[in-house]
Design a protein around this ligand. Structure first.
Ligand SMILES: [Zn+2]
Length: 449
């Protein structure tokens, strides 16, 4: 064998060896974050990013700078989201597909015969946690610890949560523990389970001494959901909870699921101003995970996706010549907060619009000849004690307000659009391409050594 040929062979062997060792490392991250923006499709992310571009660089020429953290992730994929019985999924079936690799009908959790992702991670010695800004027994978080039940069987879901091997489950409330859900049955915490309830709204989260105690983190004052960012911009409860959980998990290998549930709720209300701020605050939590990744780049994987798109949000509208995302800033609170704040109100339609959306939007309504109709609608609903009746009225206004800024909504429900998957870190390359949401489960499982 010639010396040249010998050198070539040795060089090839070195390349092969390095490639193999790189491949092995790339397949087994120790720290895995799975962020799920509920209802967060490409449009919700793009709307938030354009909003930041418009607000932060007002006088500059039009550009699409990477203002969000997630949009700078090097790997992107696309995921289809249909359920077993509908092209348009709900959160139970979508969460189930990702958490258990099985398609179910809308409304239902998995039979779980392949095992839930969280259970596989527990078996492999990973620590596990779930954090959401909506109730801990709501569909998306529940899909990661429950089986077979219907999404509305809150009491049974909460009981399963107490037994689940997932170490930390955190949310804004526990729907299964309300008097209506219990219906004379014992409270969710009664019994011989070992899950400790810890308060989330104190200055500092007081963890139990037992380092692996199974914990439920819920605020003392149970909220329906954490406040929308637009209603309480200084509230950083989600970031605080995220960092505190991360601190508790960080010496272990871990699998950490984080849901931004408020995005979906604001999309159902067709409330674009609230949605963009929710996506931005969810991205702030993602940024904290990126900081963690920078400390352990060879061992960390961050995945960010949506379970489905909600609202059929379009970046374009029949009622505006162009897209003016900065106009969304004129809305002062969420449509839900408007409905709450106007309880028993005798304010005029004009005052209501100016208070919540500003003078220019009132003029816009007048110019478009919609004032009389909406004024009469307001007269009908302002006496209503039911918050949802007033909410429906404010949804009409936020829909119109979005149209003025150049956005439009196709539905108050979910849509069948595929959702983006962003990936950063070890093993991220396997998340490129277009695949179905049950494949996300398989791709994540393949990463476990
Ligand atoms: Zn939804």
């Amino acid at each position: 064998m010639s010396r040249i040929r010998q050198n070539v062979i040795i060089t090839l062997l070195i390349i092969l060896f390095n490639g193999l060792s790189f491949g092995a490392g790339a397949e087994s991250p120790r720290y895995i974050f799975l962020f799920i923006g509920d209802g967060m499709g490409l449009s919700q992310t793009a709307a938030a990013e354009l909003y930041l571009n418009a607000v932060n660089h007002k006088s500059d020429p039009i550009q699409t700078r990477r203002e969000l953290s997630v949009t700078s992730f090097p790997v992107t994929g696309l995921m289809t989201t249909h359920s077993a019985d509908d092209y348009i999924t709900d959160s139970a079936a979508a969460g189930t597909a990702m958490a258990s690799g099985i398609k179910t009908n809308n409304g239902f959790f998995s039979s779980g015969e392949k095992g839930l992702l969280t259970e596989h991670f527990v078996k492999k010695g990973y620590r596990t946690a779930i954090l959401t800004n909506v109730p801990a027994d709501h569909a998306t978080p529940a899909a990661f610890y429950t089986r077979r039940l219907h999404r509305k069987a809150y009491y049974e879901i909460a009981r399963e949560m107490m037994r689940s091997p997932v170490e930390i489950i955190a949310g804004s409330a526990l729907l299964g523990n309300t008097p209506r859900a219990k219906e004379g049955r014992p409270g969710v915490f009664e019994g011989d389970d070992k899950r400790v309830r810890v308060s989330l709204d104190k200055e500092e989260i007081k963890w139990p001494d037992e380092p692996r105690a199974r914990v439920l983190l819920i605020p003392d004052e149970e909220m329906g959901q954490f406040p929308y960012t637009i209603d309480d911009p200084a509230n950083v409860i989600m970031e605080k909870a995220f960092l505190s959980i991360l601190d508790r998990l960080s010496e272990g290998p871990f699998f950490f699921v984080i849901e931004g549930g408020n995005i979906d709720w604001a999309c159902h209300n067709n409330d674009a101003a609230t949605v963009v701020r929710e996506v931005i605050s969810f991205d702030r939590v993602i940024r904290k995970a990126v900081e963690f990744y920078r400390r352990y780049p060879d061992e960390t994987l961050i995945l960010v996706t949506g379970d489905h798109e909600t609202g059929g949000l379009a970046l374009g509208s029949e009622t505006a010549e162009s897209l003016s995302p900065a106009l969304l800033r004129e809305q002062v609170c969420s449509s839900e907060m408007m409905a709450i704040r106007t309880k028993g109100s005798s304010e005029s339609f004009q005052n209501i619009v100016i208070t919540f959306f500003g003078e220019d939007f009132y003029l816009y309504i007048k110019e478009r000849g919609k004032e009389e109709l909406l004024k009469n609608r307001w007269k009908d609903v302002r006496e209503e004690t039911d918050v949802y009746t007033r909410l429906a009225f404010f949804e009409e206004l936020t829909g119109l307000f979005a149209g003025r800024a150049g956005f439009s909504w196709a539905t108050g429900g979910h849509s069948g659009s595929p959702v983006p998957v962003w990936a950063l870190g070890e093993g991220s390359l396997s998340f490129t391409g277009l695949y179905d949401n049950i494949r996300l489960y398989e791709k994540i499982l393949k990463l476990i050594p």
